[in-house]
Design a binder for this molecule. Structure first.
Ligand code: GAL
Length: 667
C-alpha cells in the first residue's frame, strides 16, 4: 500500500483540543499523510539549544492513530527571532546593500557559517529524535529553496564564498580576467579578493560575471540542501528525502538538486493572483508538471496542491465546482504518485490569512472538503496500480538552467524569456494532445546533458545561446542518427563564458547540420512581422533572423513584410539520417501549432486522440499497464475521441465529459 493523498498541516496554529477532530476529518476524507513543521523552528527550539519536540510527537502520534503518516519539513526557511537577535549577520543583504529584516521568512544567508551550524544542529536533533518513529516516513528539506531569495545575498560572507568559488573555477585571476573580458571599462582584477558580488552599479554589469554569479548562487543553495540531506541520510537511512520544487523557478539548478533526493516534489498552484503570476492556464500547469517530472526522470509527489482561493494581500478567483478535482487529476496524469493539498485549514493570523485550504476559517467542512473527498474516493482505488507511472513522450524540449541565466541577463528583446519560449513550444504540442518531456540540456556548469536524446524522435532546442564544441557535436550526431532537431534564433551566439564568438557566422559549427548561415538579424521592438508558411499568413514576434540557406535546404516559411520580405525564416535540412529545422523567429501561437503539427507528423509522432479545446488527454504507463486520462477543464460539456482498445475505469459516458469531469481508460 502506497501513500497517495495528504494535506499540509500546521497543528501549532490550532488549539490541541482540535487536533483529534482534524485527524478524524482527514481520515474520513481519505488522507494518508501530512507534511508538518517546515516553519516551526521556534516551537522546536524555543531558546538556543533547548529543544522541545513534545508537541510534534503528540501530533504525529495522534495522526498515526488515524492511519495518517508524517513527512517532516526541516525548518531552515524560518530561523527564529532569538537567533537573529544574537547573530544579526545571518540576515541577508540585497543588491543595494540593504539588510533585509526579520518578519517574513527565508531571512537568512545560506553561506553564513553561524547559520549553517544552527541548521546542522537542528537537523541532527530532529533526525535522531524521529529516526525510529514508524509514523514519520520521510523528510522535506527546507521549503521552496530559492523562493524569495531573488537577488540575495550580497553580504561579506557571500562575497568571500563567491571569490573561493571563482578561484576553484579559474585557478588564477588572470584566467578569470581573460574569461570575463575585464579589459572592457578597466575592470581587471589583481586578486580574487577584489571581486565583488554583483551589487547595484552606477551603470551596467559584466554578463560573464553575472553568469558566474547565477551559477555560484545555484551551487550555494545546492550545498545548503546537500548539507541537510547528508545528515538525514546518515541518521535516518530508512526514510525518504524530498524537497518541494517550484516548476520553472530558476534560482537553483533543479537537475542538480534532484540528484540529492529520493524523489522530487512540487508545489502546484494553477490559479494565483496576478502579482504572483499573471498568466496561468491549464497548459502552463501541464508544463510545470512536465518540467518537474524531468528533474529526476521519474514520478513525483505534489507537496502543495492548490485547494482553494490563493493570495496574500489580494485574492485569486475561487476555483469553480469541480476545478480542484480537475487540477488534482492533471497532477496525477502527468506522473504524481501522491498529492498533498495546501493546506488543511486557512489560518486566522499572519501573511497567508487568505490563502485558503481544504477547510475554511471556521473549520467546518464545506464545498472544497466534499469535492476533494469525492475525488480521492474515485481516484484512490486506482492509485496503487498506477504507482510510478509516467507519460512516455516521443517529443522533447531541451531545458538548461545555464542558457536560462544567460538569456535572463541579456534578453536582447525585452520580452524574450527563455522559460517563456520553452513553454510556448510546450503549449503548441499540449494543445494537440501530444505528450512532451522536458529534457536536461546540459548542467549549470556547462557540462554535457546527462539525458539520452535518442529516446526522442523530435527534439526542440530553443535558444541554444551558449555553445560549446561538445554540444555542437552532440546535436550534429543526434541529427545524423535520424533525429529531428529544432534549433532557433540566437543559437551559437556565445561561448560557455557568455562571451560573443567571432570565428563564425551564426549558428557556428551547427551551420552544416542546419544547412544555413545567419548573417543578419532584426530585433522586433514594438512590432511583429508577417510570415508565410504553407501558403498562409501568420504572425511572428520578437526576433527575425535573415537566413541564407544552402542549396539543399528547404525553405518552410519566409518573411512577408518589411525590407526583408521574401527572406527565409524557417528552414528544414536533411542531414545524415535526420532533419535539422531552424526557426529564426518566435512563431505566434497559430504558427507554432501549425509548425509543430507538421514536424510531429513527419517525425511519426501521433496525437493521443482528438478532443475539443479545453480537454486535456494524457497517457501514463508503468510496467503493469497504461492509462489514458481525459480531463475537461471547462464548465461546459465537451467531447473527445476514445482511442480503440481502451476500457473505461473511471467515468460514465465515454467520449462525453461533463463540466470539469475526468475519465480514465486502461489498456
Ligand atoms: C508556497 C509555500 C507555502 C505557502 C504557499 C502559499 O509557495 O511553500 O509555504 O507559503 O506558497 O503562499
Amino acid at each position: 500500500m502506497n501513500i497517495h493523498f495528504g494535506a499540509d498541516y500546521y497543528p501549532e496554529h490550532w488549539p490541541e483540543e482540535r487536533w483529534e477532530t482534524d485527524a478524524r476529518l482527514m481520515q474520513e476524507m481519505g488522507l494518508q499523510v501530512v507534511r508538518m513543521a517546515e516553519f516551526s523552528w521556534h516551537k522546536l527550539e524555543p531558546e538556543d539549544g533547548r529543544f522541545d519536540f513534545t508537541w510534534l510527537d503528540r501530533a504525529i502520534a495522534l495522526l498515526g492513530k488515524y492511519g495518517i503518516k508524517t513527512v517532516i519539513g526541516t525548518p531552515s526557511a524560518a530561523p527564529p527571532a532569538w537567533m537573529i537577535a544574537a547573530h544579526p549577520e545571518i540576515l541577508p543583504t540585497d543588491r543595494e546593500g540593504r539588510t533585509r529584516g526579520f518578519g517574513g521568512r527565508h531571512h537568512d544567508c545560506q553561506s553564513n557559517e553561524v547559520y549553517r551550524a544552527y541548521v546542522r544542529r537542528m537537523v541532527t536533533e530532529e533526525a535522531e529524535h524521529y529516526r525510529d518513529d514508524p509514523n514519520v516516513i520521510g523528510w522535506q528539506i527546507d521549503n521552496e529553496l530559492g523562493n524569495s531569495h531573488g537577488d540575495l545575498c550580497h553580504c561579506e560572507s557571500c562575497r568571500r564564498a563567491f571569490g573561493k568559488w571563482l578561484q576553484k573555477k579559474y585557478g588564477s585571476v588572470d584566467a578569470l580576467n581573460r574569461a570575463w573580458g575585464t579589459a572592457f571599462w578597466s575592470q581587471e582584477y589583481n586578486s580574487f579578493d577584489e571581486i565583488p558580488t554583483p551589487r547595484i552599479t552606477v551603470c551596467g554589469e559584466n554578463p560573464s560575471q553575472m553568469l558566474d554569479w547565477n551559477c555560484f548562487h545555484s551551487d550555494l543553495i545546492l550545498d545548503f540542501a546537500s548539507m541537510q540531506a547528508e545528515i538525514l541520510r546518515r541518521i535516518c537511512p530508512g526514510k525518504f528525502i524530498t524537497h518541494n520544487f517550484m516548476g520553472f523557478s530558476e534560482l537553483v539548478d533543479y537537475y542538480d538538486l534532484a540528484e540529492r533526493l529520493d524523489f522530487v516534489s512540487h508545489d502546484q498552484y494553477p490559479c494565483l493572483p496576478d502579482e504572483f503570476s499573471p498568466s496561468r492556464s491549464e497548459a502552463g500547469a501541464a508544463a510545470a508538471l512536465d518540467v518537474v517530472r524531468s528533474f529526476k526522470e521519474r514520478s513525483y509527489w505534489i507537496m502543495e496542491q492548490q485547494s482553494g482561493i490563493t493570495g496574500w494581500q489580494t485574492m485569486s478567483r475561487a476555483p469553480e465546482p469541480g476545478q480542484l478535482s480537475a487540477w488534482t487529476m492533471q497532477s496525477i496524469a502527468h506522473g504524481a504518485d501522491c498529492v498533498v493539498f495546501f493546506r488543511w485549514r486557512v489560518y486566522r493570523y499572519g501573511t497567508e490569512q487568505y490563502w485558503h485550504g481544504i477547510l475554511p476559517h471556521s473549520g467546518t467542512p464545506g464545498r472544497r472538503y466534499e469535492e476533494l473527498r469525492d475525488c480521492i474516493k474515485s481516484a484512490g482505488p486506482l492509485m496503487d496500480r498506477m504507482q510510478g507511472a509516467v507519460p512516455r513522450a516521443q517529443a522533447g524540449i531541451l531545458y538548461s538552467f545555464r542558457q536560462n541565466y544567460a538569456i535572463t541577463i541579456q534578453p536582447q528583446h525585452p520580452q524574450l524569456s527563455y522559460t517563456g519560449q520553452l513553454q510556448a513550444w510546450h503549449r503548441a504540442l499540449y494543445g494537440q494532445n501530444i505528450p512532451v518531456d522536458f529534457v536536461q540540456g546540459g548542467t549549470v556548469h556547462g557540462d554535457l546533458p546527462h539525458a539520452d536524446f535518442s529516446r526522442y524522435r523530435l527534439l526542440i532546442a530553443p535558444l541554444q545561446y551558449l555553445m560549446t564544441p561538445a554540444m555542437e557535436e552532440l546535436f550534429t550526431a543526434y541529427v545524423k542518427n535520424g533525429g529531428t532537431l529544432v534549433l532557433t534564433m540566437r543559437t551559437g551566439v556565445k561561448d560557455e563564458n557568455n562571451v560573443c564568438m567571432t570565428d563564425r557566422e551564426l549558428p557556428g559549427r551547427l551551420s552544416e547540420a542546419a544547412g544555413l548561415e545567419v548573417r543578419d538579424y532584426d530585433c522586433l521592438r514594438g512590432t511583429d512581422v508577417k510570415v508565410t508558411f504553407e501558403g498562409k499568413a501568420y504572425t511572428a514576434v520578437k526576433w527575425a533572423d535573415l537566413i541564407t540557406p544552402s542549396e539543399d535546404t528547404e525553405v518552410l516559411a519566409e518573411y512577408a513584410g518589411g525590407w526583408y520580405a521574401g527572406t527565409p525564416c524557417i528552414t528544414s535540412h536533411r542531414f545524415g539520417k535526420g532533419t535539422c529545422v531552424y526557426v529564426g523567429t518566435e512563431p505566434g501561437p497559430e504558427l507554432m501549432e501549425a509548425l509543430t503539427a507538421k514536424l510531429c507528423a513527419e517525425a511519426g509522432i501521433l496525437p493521443l486522440a482528438k478532443s475539443d479545446r479545453g480537454v486535456e488527454l494524457m497517457q501514463k504507463e508503468n510496467a503493469s499497464g497504461s492509462w489514458l486520462f481525459a480531463i475537461n477543464f471547462t464548465g461546459e460539456t465537451k467531447h473527445f475521441e476514445v482511442p480503440a482498445g481502451r476500457t473505461m475505469i473511471l467515468g460514465s459516458a465515454a467520449d462525453t465529459l461533463g463540466p470539469y469531469e475526468t475519465q480514465i481508460f486502461e489498456g
